[in-house]
Design a protein around this ligand. Structure first.
Ligand code: FAD
Length: 320
């Protein structure tokens, strides 16, 4: 059964929402593995999961992969699905068709994104002929199709923006176009998130802003993650990862402990939910949820509620 508005209801609800992000895997084996990880994550009954929209491949391949994985997830009748979509390489008509296909697959909400040019977020951006220049344009098309829409926000400046004021103008335009919530690029500390929320509120932006969290599993991920989030990772985290370098279990423990502390700080700062980037794996994401006591609303309302902050974890790598 397709339950409408579940994503918006979870983010605006009385409990912090819990969500996990996946990407469309390549091939049937990857899809089977994704389904196993989803099953494992059911332990915390996430409020929704999201499926990214591929940056590479042909236009047809990208939409086919996204629709196929979305349909498979929705068929499990578990958490609600938020489907990402980008304007990269698409005309308006193509986007309207894909929105229709994702809705038919069972998507409950969509994340409207511009996406990046092939050279990455800093490369010059040119809209596709007959397409759109900014995510706000896609928000309008999705809203016209009756979708609940979320958008991206950046705690650290977007790599191509001149300053955070430009980011705020873009976020305000997306809210004005009809977005109901925003999810941030990954953060590794609560303060940049709290600063973003404060800037947004001062600018009159009222959207709930959910922080994105990625538990780091190894030191060699650091350069790539810094590229994504547009800022250096905290020096204490990087130093702790380097101390454990080569010992996968030690590195993962550092990443998990750091993420646990960050999630707690974010919830204390008033975050309306936590969005976990999983890289299509369940172990670390699940570990973080267990240690914090993070549960989806279905479990919390059923009384299966270890209060936040009660669980303990073996070590804290953060200097407080
Ligand atoms: P926009 O809001 O359009 O902003 C892009 C740039 O243009 C910014 O510098 C902004 O300040 C500027 N801008 C916006 N509007 C205007 C305007 N009217 N005038 C002048 N400048 C303007 N990428 C993928 O390819 N697939 C995914 O599935 C995906 N999922 C993501 C999920 C999350 C939660 C996040 C945070 C990012 C995701 N991305 C994804 C990455 C995203 O596509 C890139 O970060 C992209 O560079 C920016 O997208 P946006 O939607 O914020 O674009």
């Amino acid at each position: 059964m397709h339950l409408a508005h579940r994503v918006v209801a979870a983010i605006g609800g009385p409990h912090p929402s819990v969500s996990f992000e996946f990407y469309p895997p390549r091939g049937p084996q990857g899809e089977a593995a994704l389904m196993r990880h989803l099953d494992a994550l059911e332990e915390v009954a996430p409020d929704f999961v999201s499926v990214t929209y591929g940056a590479g491949g042909s236009v047809a391949d990208r939409s086919a992969a996204s629709v196929r994985v979305s349909r498979a997830i929705c068929a499990k009748a578990g958490p609600a699905l938020m489907a990402h979509l980008t304007v990269v390489g698409h005309t308006r008509e193509e986007l309207e068709t894909i929105i229709g296909e994702l809705t038919a697959a069972g998507a409950d909400a969509m994340l409207a994104l511009r996406g990046d040019p092939p050279g990455g977020p800093r490369a010059p951006w040119t809209p596709a002929p007959g397409g759109f220049g900014h995510a706000a344009d896609l928000v309008q098309v999705m809203r016209a199709a009756g979708c609940d829409v979320g958008v991206a926000a950046f705690a650290h400046k977007h790599p191509a923006s001149v300053d955070t004021a430009q980011d705020l103008r873009a976020l305000a335009a997306k809210e004005e176009a009809g977005a109901a919530f925003a999810i941030t690029q990954m953060v590794f500390d609560a303060q940049p998130y709290a600063d973003l929320v404060a800037r947004a509120r001062a600018a009159g932006i009222g959207l709930p802003i959910v922080p994105g969290i990625m538990p780091v599993s190894s030191a060699d991920q650091v350069p790539r993650l810094e590229g994504f989030c547009g800022a250096p990772l905290p020096a204490t985290l990087v130093a702790a990862l380097r101390r454990g370098e080569g010992d996968r279990a030690a590195e993962a423990e550092v990443g998990a402990a750091w993420a646990v502390d960050t999630v707690r700080d974010l919830l204390q700062a008033g975050a309306p939910g936590i969005h976990l980037y999983t890289l299509n794996r369940s172990r670390l994401a699940l570990e973080v949820c267990r240690r914090v006591g993070l549960r989806g609303a279905a479990l919390l309302e059923a009384g299966c509620d270890p209060p936040l902050g009660i669980t303990t974890h073996p070590q804290s790598v953060k200097v407080r």
